[in-house]
Design a protein. Structure first.
Length: 390
């Protein structure tokens, strides 16, 4: 089931609308609400096989809205801390938004809610409507309510929304329903892309990428190869967004600074900027801007062979700060296996253009076992490629 949440923040002095997204991703996801998922799964409609012309699902990405910041309560000297966090994983998230008084630790406002959803169809068929199951449930609330949530696909000028049975497109209350597109899915042309976007509020979102194909997609060559000799088959991709903006006081002074981290680009080619400016003068105190580019890792990791991909990091501008450390590894063994430069370097801290290769050969797995190839680009940005043994 697909579940989306959107956030409708109250217009009060506690309103944290002017938020600063900060990439503070939890190190490990905890699996929550299994009973809810099982109950929802019973109501899910089986999806038809992905054959014939239509929009084929090609990828998934998650946007993390985690943040923590401090500010002064308007009209007073009281300092507050805002914290947004989550637990869970794809299809089942618990999102918390809290504001506390720093001096007393008292909770001033907050809301905690769960969103669960079924996977959208693997094939969106033309001239038919698309649907998925979704649920949002308030777990606790003080002053604030669950934020507005929306689900849509970028078809036409303004997109097409997934709506409830009564036609609601902006979700602001607890809900459990099947969300269906307002219009039928239009026909495309080979290679054209579409994105189904789920906005859960508080900066959290999930996106499912689709591509138009005129007929049944031919199985990747690696799939048949894996079936005969065994290997780790690529099954998914996710991007971790490190965007943030926050203010703080310069140590030993009353000067206030603004830190901003941002990026442009897309899968395989990113430009990342990290800047610190003096708020009063606008002067740049420190900063670095760099580009990372990489080739797609192998669609099949073969056992007893090393894996490799091309990678480049290049400094575009720098003041005081240098490019942050970057690492690439796969979760094999107790401490993982790193991809290293030709000279054996695993922690990348300088401009580099090279083929990165695993230190060790890829080990065999067992049917259904999972592996993740993690690329860490610094400043909270990362990409992960999921594999499964077949």
């Amino acid at each position: 089931m697909l579940r989306f949440t959107s956030r409708n923040v109250e217009s009060s002095v506690m309103n944290p609308r002017a938020r600063y997204p900060q990439s503070r991703v939890l190190a490990a996801f905890t699996l929550l609400g299994l009973s809810s998922l099982f109950a929802l799964a019973k109501t899910s409609t089986a999806q038809s096989p992905a054959t014939g012309p239509g929009w084929y699902l090609t990828g998934y990405a998650f946007k993390d809205g985690t943040l923590e910041k401090e500010s002064v309560l308007a009209g007073s000297s009281a300092r507050m801390k805002d914290r947004v966090s989550f637990t869970g994983d794809r299809g089942n998230l618990e999102i918390s938004q809290h504001r506390t008084d720093i001096k007393t630790g008292k909770l001033l406002a907050g809301v905690k809610y769960r969103v669960t959803w079924s996977e959208p169809p693997a094939l969106l068929k033309p001239q038919e409507k698309a649907a998925f199951d979704y649920e949002v449930k308030t777990l606790s609330s003080l002053v604030w309510k669950i934020p507005q949530q929306t689900m849509h696909i970028n078809q036409g000028t303004s997109g097409v929304y997934f709506v409830t049975p009564d036609g609601t497109r902006y979700l602001t209350k607890d809900l459990r329903a099947t969300l269906t597109t307002e219009k039928v899915i239009e026909k495309g042309t080979p290679g054209v892309k579409r994105v189904l976007q789920m906005n859960f509020g508080n900066g959290f979102a999930a996106s499912y990428s689709y591509e138009w194909r005129d007929g049944e997609a031919s199985p990747p060559p690696v799939a048949s190869e894996a079936a005969t000799m065994g290997g780790w088959v690529l099954t998914g991709y996710a991007f971790k967004d490190g965007t943030l903006e926050k203010e703080s006081v310069l140590a030993g002074s009353s000067a206030r600074m603004k830190d901003r981290v941002s990026f442009t680009g897309d899968r395989g080619n990113l430009e990342i900027s990290q800047h610190r400016t003096d708020i009063k003068t606008g002067k740049l105190l420190a900063g670095v801007k760099y580009r990372v580019t990489w080739s797609e890792p192998p669609a099949l990791l073969k056992p007893q062979e090393k894996a490799a991909f091309d990678y480049e990091v290049k400094t575009l501008s720098s003041l005081v700060w240098k490019i942050p450390q970057q690492t690439m590894h796969i979760d094999q063994g107790a401490s993982g296996v790193y991809f290293v430069a030709p000279n054996g370097t695993k922690y990348l801290t300088k401009d580099l253009r090279a083929t990165l290769t695993t230190e060790k050969v890829i080990e065999r797995g067992t049917p259904g076992a999972k592996r993740v190839l993690q690329m860490n680009f610094g400043n909270g940005f990362a990409a992960s490629y999921s594999y499964e043994w077949r």
